[in-house]
Design a protein around this ligand. Structure first.
Ligand SMILES: Nc1ncnc2c1ncn2[C@@H]1O[C@H](COP(=O)(O)OP(=O)(O)OP(=O)(O)O)[C@@H](O)[C@H]1O
Length: 503
């Protein structure tokens, strides 16, 4: 017999394949899918708990999660399966009856949980810290921010890795046969292997291999497709607009939209101190902000401007001193309540990428303020119209320019109906031609009587729009006054030097 005939007999014996096909379909495929699906579902539940423990601030939760992961990820799968399946055979029999099948699922789940926990943990930790900051600025608690934004984003990012894990479980389910499954519980591998052992004919085993590929290969492609779809959202025709058109988007709204009324609050910062550990960042800050005025905060990098803003809505806690919002100490207000009254817009927009523009604006209204969907939608539509983006309300952030994203972020802050809005270098990350649209919008808000505190490097904006300008250096407000005084008649040598550098 020549070698090609030999190969045909060993691998491509169609009769041998046909004889195992019914069992492969009716018994093997079913059991493999049950083993893989059950262990993936249980592994996901275990993994979710492990991930939350793993990112916890408490070592009492982190350390056990670490130990579990190290053990079940470090041991060979077959060892875990045998230790669990045989070591707990008696308890297993008492709970589940004579079949080792459930213990096989338990063992596979323990292993999968360790991997899935790591997948979830890395997914959740890969979500930018700005996302949680934006959640908190929209008056969500840490738990709400995690539940509504950070965890769903993290999980969505790891969807392909989870499918890989399911594929791993499909393959690892073949190891459960070591526990001596009953005939009705045999999985694909065992059925293919039975004959091979007896006759030396590998054809049924090859067919079993084909079954594994039929399960796993299409799955990978389907998931990649779903993943792309989730990431980009449903594509609608129409691309990103040129930055030069954007200023026009704003002009179009003038006089058209019914512009919501503005509540203007006052702020008074009294001898505020703040430190990061040993580093004293704010020293004896005093500042009065009248209702309906624009205060620009300027100063060199690292002078504490952002930290001052973050103290005003308690994203960081002051060490000493106080801030009065309409005469009331912000330290006496629950941070979540305070942040409904003091909105914030960030340098890097921090829009929620898995939500459209309108969903970004609506989210805190429905989830935090408890508004009905229809009412929240009306408010969000009005706010998006106000920032010139009514036509783009169904776009995801990835399909908007930086300037448009920043205007959505402003609409999102405005929708909460704040008394004061804090702007933290909101044009610093924008291309030059997009800056103007955002600054025009802010100037318009100022004119309409919004109380605004604006940290900015845009000296032209500060000069034109601000009612007062505060110059900070090394954690102190060195000079404060109307723009004409600050820019044309600076008193302190440090302000003179700063202006010489930036103007
Ligand atoms: N989370 C933090 N932990 C420790 N130190 C920090 C933290 N954030 C800021 N700092 C430090 O506090 C000081 C003030 O930072 P802050 O960001 O408030 O300055 P800034 O004037 O806004 O600067 P920039 O214009 O560069 O944003 C800097 O020395 C900075 O390194």
């Amino acid at each position: 017999m020549d070698w090609s005939e030999n190969i045909r007999r060993s691998f491509f014996d169609w009769d041998a394949m046909a004889s195992v096909l019914p069992a492969l379909l009716a018994v093997g495929l079913k059991n493999t899918l049950i083993l893989a699906a059950a262990s993936t579902v249980l592994g996901i539940l275990t993994g979710m708990v492990l991930a939350v423990m793993g990112i916890s601030r408490s070592a009492w939760l982190r350390i056990p999660a670490r130990i579990y992961t190290d053990i079940f990820r470090g041991l060979p799968a077959i060892l875990t399966i045998l230790l669990i399946g045989q070591g707990f055979a008696r308890i297993g029999r008492e709970i589940f009856g004579p079949s080792p099948y459930p213990l096989g699922i338990v063992a596979l789940s323990l292993i999968a949980g360790a991997y899935i926990g790591e997948i979830f943990r890395s997914g959740i930790q890969s979500v930018e810290s700005g996302q949680m900051e934006a959640c908190r600025a929209l008056s969500m608690s840490y738990g709400q921010g995690m539940r509504l934004i950070v965890i769903p984003q993290g999980v969505r990012r790891v969807l392909p890795a989870l499918v890989n894990q399911f594929i791993g479980n499909v393959k690892d389910s073949s190891l459960v046969y070591f526990l001596g499954l009953l005939a009705s519980e045999r999985e694909i591998f065992r059925i293919g292997q039975d004959q091979a052992v007896v006759t030396g004919n590998l054809s049924p085993l090859l067919l079993a291999g084909v079954f594994y590929l039929i399960i796993t290969v299409p799955l990978t492609h389907v998931v990649n497709h779903i993943d792309n779809r989730l990431r980009l959202g449903k594509q609608k025709p129409g691309g990103v607009v040129s930055g030069l058109v954007e200023v026009g988007e704003l002009k179009d709204t003038t006089g058209k939209a019914t512009v919501p009324a503005i509540k203007a609050g006052s702020l008074e910062v009294r001898d505020l101190d703040m430190a990061y550990g040993e580093l004293q960042v704010l020293k004896q800050i005093r500042l009065k902000v009248e209702p309906g005025t624009v205060t620009c905060v300027i100063g060199p990098s690292g002078s504490g401007k952002s930290t001052l803003l973050r103290c005003l809505n308690r994203l960081v806690e002051p060490k000493a001193g106080d801030v009065l919002l309409d005469g009331e100490s912000i330290l006496a207000i629950k941070p979540e309540t305070l942040r409904r009254r003091v909105g914030m817009v960030f340098q890097h927009f921090n829009l929620f990428p898995n939500h459209t523009a309108i969903e970004n604006v609506m989210l805190a209204l429905t989830r935090i303020k408890g508004m009905a969907g229809s009412q929240a939608r009306r408010i969000a539509e009005a706010r998006l119209a106000e920032v010139g983006l009514a036509a783009r309300s169904d776009y995801r952030p990835s399909r908007l320019s930086g300037g448009q994203q920043q205007r959505v972020a402003i609409a999102r802050a405005l929708a909460m109906d704040p008394e004061v809005i804090l702007f933290d270098e909101v044009t610093s990350a924008l291309d030059p031609e997009l800056v103007k649209g955002v600054l025009n919008l802010m100037a318009d808000l100022g004119r309409r009587g919004m109380t605004m505190i604006v940290v900015t490097h845009e000296m032209g904006f500060a000069r034109k729009v601000a009612d007062q300008v505060a110059f900070m250096d090394e954690g102190r407000i060195v000079e404060v006054g109307p723009p004409a005084e600050i820019f044309d008649r600076p008193k302190s040598p440090r302000l003179k030097q700063f202006l010489a550098e930036v103007l």
